[in-house]
Design a protein around this ligand. Structure first.
Ligand SMILES: O=P(O)(O)OC[C@H]1O[C@H](O)[C@H](O)[C@@H](O)[C@@H]1O
Length: 403
């Protein structure tokens, strides 16, 4: 038996097919069925339970199994009692077989390794794009494509990350917004493609995540990008993303898996959502030296008390403090970025002309975005053969807090 596109409901598809083939008046509502599979971790040391839910305007189906390794028995879907006369019982569904080559038993061991007690895991409909098998709080906010965070909200459920109004969510381009990862090269500081290739590769869920303890009160997901290409550096880039309302933590780990030394430049390109770019100021970069990418990367010294914006900016501030504040006066909101292991900070806003030239950015989008990146650009990070940059002493880390 095969899983349906979202992991459950094999009969759904069969039923739909037979209705389309055999029934002169197919039930169009069947095509709107949205089955989803959630997996709840109750106790790290024991089993997880699997809950299959089928949600439809006219009925609901829920089934819970305490033993996810033994749930191959299809169950009958019954119409919800409040469903009126529209929803007939139409077959059965089960959670069985394999999904992406993984059995439920493999999924189970993955989840026990990475989850916290009480986490609900989610298998997304677009599971090849989103962080499938991740806690429900992060699953729809993190893309496997690019290992990119695309959403982070505050307690009032307001979005804090910018997403381009014309962003293209289709490979091979990186998505304009959220937090793309520039690795193993930032911009054109090296011979590789612009901003490296990590942002347009499909990452996976990490089955041997960082030994660092999971962040308190935050839901986390661990992703990995493994590169073993001939003729290119061989490495593993891991990223732990922990999210909660008002706090976002990103912990990258890089391992050289080659017998040659490997060095890289790096940036977490943080597209922050702001109310109006002309009302924003950035503090923490005053008196520092920077490379101006708009002026052939010449080195200047910042003269202003704080950075404010009235035109295009593209600068790499060097040897910055660990704390940088981005103050949005209109929204009465301050992002505080704290970073470790990445000495530099990039500030980028394309302004009107450049925005028009970027096909995935709306003409007015520049007004509501600001990139303040945690970066290692001036001095590449070097790794000996098989060496790893990891915590706590050499940790790379970027934490955003909202005030
Ligand atoms: O359009 P992207 O590839 O995302 O790059 C956006 C910008 O990033 C950097 O700050 C570069 O210095 C710019 O030259 C580039 O335009």
């Amino acid at each position: 038996m095969k899983f349906d596109e979202v992991g459950v409901g094999h009969v759904c598809r069969r039923q739909r097919k037979s209705m389309i083939e055999g029934d002169k008046s197919p039930h169009p509502w069947l095509t709107r069925v949205r089955p989803l599979l959630s997996i709840v971790l109750h106790n790290k040391s024991s089993r997880v339970s699997v809950k299959a839910s089928l949600i439809h305007p006219h009925f609901e189906y829920n089934s819970t199994s305490a033993d996810p390794t033994n749930i191959s028995q299809p169950k009958t879907i019954l119409p919800n009692s409040s469903s009126g006369n529209l929803a007939p019982a139409f077959g059965s569904m089960g959670i069985c077989g394999k999904r992406d080559g993984r059995s439920i038993a493999q999924l189970h061991s993955q989840i026990v390794k990475t989850g916290r007690s009480g986490d609900t895991f989610f298998v997304s409909k677009l599971s090849n794009l989103y962080a499938k098998y991740a806690p429900i709080e992060v699953a729809r906010k993190v893309l496997l494509y690019g290992g990119q965070v695309v959403s982070w909200k505050n307690e009032r459920r307001e979005e804090l990350l910018f997403m381009g109004s014309k962003a293209i969510r289709k490979p091979p381009k990186a998505i304009r917004g959220g937090i793309p990862i520039c690795f193993p090269q930032f911009a054109n500081f090296g011979s590789l493609e612009h901003h490296g290739f990590a942002r347009n590769r499909l990452w996976s869920l990490d089955s041997s995540p960082s030994p660092l303890p999971p962040a308190n009160q935050q839901s986390s997901v661990d992703l990995i990008l493994q590169v073993y290409r001939r003729g290119s550096p061989k490495f593993e880039l891991r990223l732990r993303i922990s999210l909660s309302a008002g706090k976002l933590t990103l912990i990258p780990r890089v391992r050289n898996t080659d017998n040659k030394a490997f060095s890289f430049t790096f940036a977490l390109r943080n597209y922050l959502s702001v109310s109006d770019i002309s009302e924003v100021r950035v503090e923490g970069l005053e008196t520092l030296d920077y490379f101006d990418n708009l002026l052939h990367r010449e080195r200047y010294t910042e003269q202003a008390d704080a950075i404010t914006f009235d035109g295009e900016i593209d600068r790499v501030y060097l040897s910055t403090p660990t704390k940088i504040a981005i103050i949005d006066h209109e929204k009465k909101r301050t992002f505080v970025m704290r970073k470790e292991g990445m000495r530099d900070a990039v500030v980028w806003n394309p302004w009107d002309k450049k925005a028009k030239a970027l096909s995935d950015l709306g003409d007015e989008d520049y007004k509501t975005m600001l990139c303040v990146d945690s970066a290692a650009v001036e001095t590449p990070i070097g790794l000996k053969p098989f060496e790893e940059v990891e915590g706590p002493s050499r940790a790379l880390c970027c934490i955003f807090k909202l005030f």
